[in-house]
Write a protein that binds this ligand. Structure first.
Ligand SMILES: Nc1ncnc2c1ncn2[C@@H]1O[C@H](COP(=O)(O)OP(=O)(O)O)[C@@H](O)[C@H]1O
Ligand SMILES: [Mg+2]
Length: 258
């Protein structure tokens, strides 16, 4: 009998409280290598909470359930160990890190990940040539690498900076929280191209988006509708079309009536 392969990411019956509020009540979701899962849901339904909880933000309290990455218990690891194991979170609102230059920030993160993978650290020179190579297709001017992280960056520039980290860190599972918000058309093209490349290399993705055109262009393996603290419905791109056409509230009413 053939054994079912372990999914890259497996979340089971996850319950998360935020500020004493039960946000995720029983969320289960699998992502396989090279898969793209689009996560949809009304504002405040807990989409970002899932990313924060997986990454280990201390304000998001895990009250039950499990999450494994490559079979390893994520919740038994410190946030930095999760990152070293290949988890990457792109924030919905990437924060400023004043006083820390972007190139040093990313090189430090990259070398920590490389160390965990048994690879040699990159010196400043090698890093800079890689960072330049990765910045150009993202439309990030090289001067940004010398500026403090996100300090004075526009919304779209912050998102491009998240993409630069994704391109350089080459994670195993990337959680992209509204990466398309604030992005112009060139930025959206860069998002699609980077996801395409990394998906081919086996990276799995959870992508949160409200834009049907982006979701369609992603050709996701699954679309998950987060509703009342759990995955209320799992489907293909037709689910995204239905939600975009009719809205979350109307669809939720229809489900209750059915
Ligand atoms: N740091 C926080 N403090 C208090 N409430 C929070 C915090 N973060 C999230 N919440 C609440 O948790 C719920 C889910 O939020 P969130 O995961 O950001 O939703 P979504 O990303 O789906 O819009 C919301 O009701 C939100 O107000
Ligand atoms: Mg959110």
């Amino acid at each position: 009998m053939s054994k079912t392969p372990t999914p890259l990411l497996s979340v089971r019956d996850l319950r998360v409280d935020v500020a004493g509020h039960h946000v995720l009540k029983s969320l289960s979701l699998d992502v396989a290598h090279g898969q793209v899962v689009v996560l949809m849901g009304a504002n405040g339904s807990g989409k970002s909470t899932l990313g924060m909880a997986l990454a280990g933000h201390p304000r998001y309290e895990i009250v039950g359930g499990s999450a494994t990455l490559d079979g390893k218990d994520l919740f038994a690891m410190a946030p930095e160990e999760r990152a070293r194991a290949g988890l990457f979170l792109s924030y919905q609102s990437p924060p400023d890190v004043p006083g820390v230059k972007t190139n040093l920030f990313i090189r430090t993160a990259l070398n920590a990940v490389r160390h965990a993978r048994g690879e040699k650290p990159l010196d400043a020179f090698d890093f800079l040539s890689r960072a330049r190579g990765a910045s150009a297709p993202l439309g990030l001017p090289e001067a940004m690498l010398g500026r403090p992280v996100n300090d004075g960056f526009s919304g779209g520039e912050r998102k491009r900076n998240e993409l630069l980290q994704l391109a350089l860190l080459e994670p195993r599972l990337a959680f992209l929280d509204e990466i398309d918000s604030g992005m112009d058309v060139d930025g959206l093209r860069a998002v699609l191209e980077l996801i395409r490349q990394q998906r081919q290399a086996g990276c799995g993705f959870i992508v949160i988006s409200h834009q049907l055109s982006l979701i369609e262009a992603l050709e996701p393996d699954q679309v998950a509708w987060l509703q009342d603290g759990c995955v209320g419905e799992l489907g293909g791109v037709e689910l995204a079309r239905r939600l975009a056409e009719q809205g979350y509230a109307k669809q939720a009413e229809a489900r209750v009536a059915a």
